[in-house]
Design a binder for this molecule. Structure first.
Ligand SMILES: Nc1nc2c(c(=O)[nH]1)N[C@H]1C(S)=C(S)[C@@H](COP(=O)(O)OP(=O)(O)OC[C@H]3O[C@@H](n4cnc5c(=O)[nH]c(N)nc54)[C@H](O)[C@@H]3O)O[C@H]1N2
Ligand SMILES: Nc1nc2c(c(=O)[nH]1)N[C@H]1C(S)=C(S)[C@@H](COP(=O)(O)OP(=O)(O)OC[C@H]3O[C@@H](n4cnc5c(=O)[nH]c(N)nc54)[C@H](O)[C@@H]3O)O[C@H]1N2
Ligand SMILES: [Mo]
Length: 711
């Protein structure tokens, strides 16, 4: 087995990254889980798969009988294929009748989703990757694409190489390999995006760069709640209660955000802010903004998404080739839209549980009584683990994700999961810190060992075949869920065959999305092509939504654009103020720590650490220190230091002038390494509108372990 990029793929154009080229080796690590495991007297022992599935079904039934249907929960993943996700939602929401289902999507994409819904009324990207080939300016807000999406970044650099006038600007908190490859690098303090984005809008208005016709015809102004807190105690999502605002009110609101004030809040110079605004404001240039996890992972992540849309809406640079505000998202099914297939507590395969019409549609397609689908959302991801802590949740099934590494404030949730009377099922391919707390482990078939469909950030559904047999008793996640559903007596809801279930499930899911705004391609089209974008209507995919020349759901009666996601057919500019983060540097914890991904390792490292070339290239996490700070502190390259936050501490190797350079007072550490759990330090505050944790940035103290300059 070997891997090559698919030259016919319109996304990768034949390229793969170093993880892609080595990916098949992730299937054959020596400690691959091949059999089901059940914990007996403290140790996991092999059992026949059907015994393990019987036990899972029995525990599910017992727990709901004794403690009610909301005492069981499923924590899944955007690493799921869409068909896995759909079956999971059907089993929990449609069969068991609990909304206790969440996924890792909450950790990276929830604010992208709520931001799109606030600004446009629907989730799913507006534009597409092809915008790269049309843009004159590409602004990267916080994404370190040279490490986290080198294939997409290559496409941007190709655009630049072919058209030297194209400008790529990196707006970030530290200087990375991405910054070096860009034309300009602008640094600002963590959590200052709200101030910078509002100041750009202030400057666009002051310089009269606003596209008046577009704004008059297609935009409405809205005010939301401002006293929303940090989601620390109550996990319930806060609603926005939009009220109308006027243009004059918006201009008065922006008056607080002069470039000079934003400079004070962000450390980015007023001149740089004015220059950035001039790129957006220039009527001759098409602008694409790309942002990722860090914009979303903010206690005001929804607001920050809204503000980035505001910039594009003011200058009318949206929904046309090259004019594109674009949120990239992470894991394979990370496009934060319909393909989530109902795997967040509030979502159904289409719409939300609070909406009666959405519940009725789901009940009809699933063939269940409508009353079975609970009308109130339950606990978004971190609250789900807090309920495990309190005992409100007693049975938790974790699939295709490794929360005992990836959750923030990790010690708290590791303790919760380890409590004696909690029953934890983990579907996994390898032993991980999450299987360490499992009572049952179900062996998972991985990518290429089963059929499936992923959907990427540009709304492109991509089909993959089963190419090799899974090891031992390993099966796909959907099939495990189906087997447990049948054991619970819901066989009539899961009438799928072992070889045909992916096609059957995709067709059933397609019934949720039969109308133009979100119509899905048939599986035959997916099998015939390397990916198809939805909305897919009359055999054609949609590249730019809301544009009446390209989107079959948009109505020309509204002019060039029809923002049909909102009942008023307008996109909304939100008045979102700057507010400070949940914690900021102080005397005791003087440094910002930002965390993130590195090229060689994926997610929690369980797959890439089993690939020898990647493991040897970067076996362990480290902390990067600004070289001047390191000299002042007497810290030498590669000595071990201790990082301490309000929540925990980690001993870790110091790196100076390594692959990136944090500014003074700032540190950076990747979080992939199970032997150096960086998430013991991070904070579990949330954006209260989206429920997404602000997991990636917190304040810490750096301690030396040896005498200055010593060994
Ligand atoms: N501090 C900090 N924390 C973070 C982040 C950060 O930047 N900083 N990033 C956050 C982000 S963006 C994300 S997306 C999350 C990611 O966090 P996780 O979702 O925990 O990370 P992954 O490594 O993608 O986890 C996937 C797991 O599924 C297993 N697996 C692979 N294929 C299959 C399959 O087909 N079926 C099953 N059942 N299992 C399979 C893999 O072995 C792996 O253990 O972490 C978040 N946590
Ligand atoms: N090699 C590799 N690639 C991956 C992944 C992986 O695990 N490994 N995971 C995939 C997934 S699931 C995701 S979600 C994406 C994530 O990919 P990206 O969105 O690129 O995320 P990171 O590299 O984790 O962090 C981006 C940058 O944000 C900076 N930053 C921190 N705080 C702030 C802030 O307040 N404001 C601003 N403007 N910037 C800030 C950080 O220093 C960091 O350099 O990558 C995907 N690609
Ligand atoms: Mo992610």
């Amino acid at each position: 087995m070997a891997v090559k990029g698919d030259p016919d793929s319109p996304v990768s154009k034949g390229l793969a990254c170093v993880k892609g080229y080595n990916s098949v080796q992730a299937l054959s690590g020596p400690d691959r889980i091949r059999r089901a495991l059940v914990r007996r007297n403290g140790t996991l022992v092999e059992v026949p798969l059907s015994d393990a599935l019987d036990l899972v079904a029995r525990k599910l039934k017992e727990t709901t009988q004794q403690h009610g249907k909301d005492s069981v929960a499923l924590y899944g993943s955007a690493q799921w294929s869409i068909t896995d996700a759909y079956v999971a939602s059907k089993l929990f929401k449609g069969a068991l009748g609990t909304n206790n289902i969440e996924s890792s999507t909450r950790l990276f994409g929830a604010s992208a989703m709520s931001g799109l819904q606030g600004s446009f009324g629907l989730d799913g990207a507006i534009g597409c990757y092809e915008d790269i080939e049309h843009a004159d300016v590409i602004v990267l807000w916080d994404v370190n694409l040279s490490e986290t999406d080198p294939v997409l970044f290559s496409r941007m650099l190709d655009r630049k190489r072919a058209n030297p006038a194209v400008r790529i600007v990196d707006v970030a908190t530290r200087t990375t390999r991405t910054s070096y490859a860009c034309d300009h690098s602008l640094l600002h303090a963590p959590h200052a995006g709200l101030a910078v984005a509002n100041a750009i809008c202030n400057e666009i208005v002051a310089r009269k760069w606003v596209q008046r016709d577009f704004v008059t015809q297609h935009v409405a102004f809205k005010q939301g709640k401002t006293d929303i807190g940090y989601g620390l105690t109550d996990g319930a999502l806060v609603g926005d209660d939009a009220t109308d605002a006027s243009w004059d009110e918006y201009v008065r609101f922006l008056a607080d955000y002069t470039p000079e004030r934003a400079q004070e809040l962000s450390g980015l110079s007023a001149a740089s802010i004015r220059w950035l605004a001039s790129l957006y404001g220039d009527p001759q240039r098409k602008v694409m903004s790309v942002w990722g996890r860090e914009v979303n992972q903010d206690v005001r992540g929804t607001w920050l998404n809204n503000l980035l849309y505001n910039i594009h809406l003011l200058v009318g640079k949206v929904a046309s080739p090259g004019n594109s505000p674009f949120a990239t998202t992470g894991q394979p099914s990370g496009g934060c839209a319909v393909h989530d297939a109902g795997t967040l507590t509030q979502t159904l395969p289409r719409g939300v549980v609070q909406n009666e019409a959405d519940r009725r549609r789901a009940a009809e397609i699933w063939g269940v009584p409508m009353e079975r689908i609970a009308a109130q959302p339950t606990a978004p991801a971190l609250s789900m683990f807090r309920q495990l802590e309190t005992g409100d949740i007693r049975f938790l099934w974790i699939m295709a994700t490794d929360p005992m590494i990836s959750l923030p404030n990790l010690d708290r949730y590791r303790r919760a999961a380890a409590k004696g009377d909690r029953f934890i099922v983990v579907s996994e391919a390898y032993p991980t810190p999450t299987t360490d707390v499992a009572d049952v482990v179900l062996p998972a078939a991985m990518w290429l060992e089963r059929e499936g469909i992923y959907a990427n950030a540009e709304r492109r559904a991509q089909y993959f075949e089963r190419l090799v047999a899974p090891p031992g008793d390993a099966t796909g996640d959907a099939w495990q869920l189906i087997e447990v559903g049948r054991r619970l007596g819901f066989g009539n809801l899961f009438p799928y065959g072992p070889a045909s279930h992916v096609q059957q499930i995709w067709e059933e899911y397609g019934r949720f999305h039969a109308e133009p705004p979100s119509a899905l391609p048939p599986i035959a089209a997916l099998r015939a092509q390397p990916g198809v974008m939805w909305p897919y209507v009359a055999g054609r995919e949609t590249r730019w939504r809301y544009n009446t020349t390209t989107d079959p759901a948009a109505d020309r009666a509204h002019g060039g654009f029809d923002f049909y996601g909102h009942a008023d057919h307008r996109a909304w500019i939100w008045l979102r103020p700057y507010q400070p983060p949940a914690e900021s540097p102080d005397k005791v914890y003087p440094s910002w720590l930002t965390t993130g991904a590195v090229l060689e390792q994926w997610g929690a490292g369980s797959m890439t650490q089993r690939i020898p070339a990647l493991h040897h290239a970067l076996p362990h996490a480290y902390v990067e220190i600004n070289s001047d700070d390191a000299r002042d502190l007497g810290i030498r390259n590669r000595e071990t230091v201790r990082l301490v936050s309000r929540r925990g501490s980690v001993e870790i190797e110091a790196r100076i002038d390594y692959r990136s350079q944090p500014p003074r007072g700032q540190l950076f550490a990747p979080w992939f390494d199970e032997s150096r759990l960086v998430n013991r330090l991070t904070l579990d505050a949330c954006c209260p509108l989206s429920g997404q944790p602000d997991a990636a940035t917190c304040v810490v103290r750096l301690e030396r372990l040896s005498a200055p300059g010593g060994p």
